[in-house]
Design a protein around this ligand. Structure first.
Ligand code: SF4
Length: 422
């Protein structure tokens, strides 16, 4: 399919600026402050089934991405999404509304609820025309506890709730932060984004906040934003996947449902929504871990929802090895791929389910490594229909085993696991 000229061919698609991929257009829908209502989620599934391939990705920024939309079905798909208020007023506003919210912040009673604050910040982003110049990947996050990262992932500017104050930090500088009261968070965060834009206007190579931190230092950027900042011991808590029944002691507060390799079919969403509506749930929350979070305060309802998810083939336990696997779309979804990464990852799980536990795995259709930025215990990079295996690294790092047939990746990984255990 040939993409119309207005379609972006690079990264970070939106709904109004879809990206052309191997299986059609990718139409990415952003939640409002990290939340979709259950009826809205249902509408997304209906739209995906009617106007796309029916497959939907949950991205690592909590967005839902409809796959396989064609040039002919693009406009009706947008109309359907607009009818449930999922479309921003312009592509520029959609692009700047790049905000990840801790999905547990309005679910776990031990976390601060930053959702309303994040919602007001999204409004502020849309209202300040200067911020529309931020680069497409530039993002913000709001954490419900004192750990700046959300789900273990950093953002360019991060806000974290700490008692009755808020810590604001920059990517690659979590040890130097400003602390402000709630009524100053939006102004402070906006000021930091504008400081970045001022620096980027003078230095065209600055694409992300970490570039600016590396060049000028965090202290200079805080000063430009008129903020006092000081050293702080960064909190880097171990990140566990909030999948399955979420409880503290006997007190159930939620359910987390994982999407195998970040993808769900429209029919699976429909079954999940039916069950969620049956136990009177109104919203679903997304974050950076490819897990849908529901606030459920009652054990029987939680069990019912988990059973429906399990029946639909979704992940309902936090020890499911698929939660530790990052798998890019591969073939046929991406034109750069030479292997069906998702089918190969499934085969790997079937072959090694018991022994993969505790290891991170990245299956990449090419050297670009879209699915994961950090190193993994096992990284499989495809080229010409075969895989190179990298130990404790990322695509481009030294290869431990080259040219492994797709059918043989289970044996290859197993061999390294056995070697490291002996
Ligand atoms: S890693 Fe390569 S094959 Fe996979 S989605 Fe990215 S560009 Fe496509």
């Amino acid at each position: 399919m040939t993409a119309p000229a207005h379609l972006i061919k690079g990264w970070c698609p939106g709904a109004l600026r879809p990206m052309c991929s191997g299986d059609g257009l990718l139409v990415r829908v952003r939640p409002r402050a990290g939340a979709f209502s259950v009826p809205t989620l249902r509408a997304i599934a209906e739209t995906a089934a009617r106007f796309g391939s029916g497959e939907i990705d949950l991205t690592n920024r909590g967005n839902l991405q409809l796959r396989g939309v064609s040039e002919d079905t693009f406009e009706p798909a947008i109309a359907a999404l607009r009818s449930v208020d999922l479309i921003d007023t312009s592509a520029a506003i959609e692009a700047v509304r790049n905000v990840v919210v801790d999905p547990l912040c309005s679910v776990d009673p031990d976390r601060g609820n930053v959702r309303d604050l994040a919602s007001r910040f999204e409004d502020a982003l849309a209202e300040d025309a200067r911020l529309l110049a931020l680069p497409g990947k530039f993002g913000f996050s709001f954490s419900g506890n004192s750990e700046l990262r959300v789900g273990g992932r950093t953002a360019d500017i991060m806000v974290a709730s700490e008692a009755d104050r808020f810590v604001i930090g920059l990517d690659e500088a979590a040890d130097f932060c400003a602390v402000v009261p709630e009524n100053e968070v939006i102004k402070a965060t906006r000021g930091l984004a504008l400081a970045f834009l001022d620096l980027a206007a003078e230095h065209a190579t600055l694409r992300r906040m970490k570039d600016a931190v590396a060049r000028f230092g965090a202290a200079e950027i805080f000063e430009m934003a008129g903020l006092k900042a000081s050293s702080r011991s960064p909190k880097a808590e171990a990140v566990s996947a909030p999948a399955g029944m979420l409880a503290r002691g006997d007190r159930v507060f939620g359910v987390g449902i994982g999407l195998p390799f970040g993808r769900i079919a429209a029919g699976q969403i429909e079954r999940l929504c039916q069950s969620a509506a049956g136990v009177k749930l109104e919203d679903v929350f997304t974050g950076s871990q490819r897990i849908l979070i529901f606030a459920v305060g009652e054990c029987a309802s939680a069990k019912r929802l988990l059973q429906a998810a399990n029946d639909a083939g979704l992940i309902t336990s936090n020890d499911d090895v698929r939660l530790e696997m990052d798998v890019c779309p591969g073939s046929p979804g991406c034109g750069n791929a030479t292997t069906d990464t998702r089918a190969d990852a499934r085969r790997l799980v079937e072959a090694l389910n018991g022994t993969l536990s505790g290891y991170s795995v990245h299956v990449s259709g090419c050297e670009k490594g879209c699915a994961r930025r950090s190193a993994a215990d096992f990284t499989l990079v495809a080229h010409a229909g075969r895989y190179d295996l990298i130990r404790r690294g990322r695509p481009g790092d030294p290869i431990a085993l080259a040219n492994v047939e797709a059918d043989d990746i289970g044996n290859a990984v197993s061999r390294f696991i056995l070697e490291s255990a002996s």
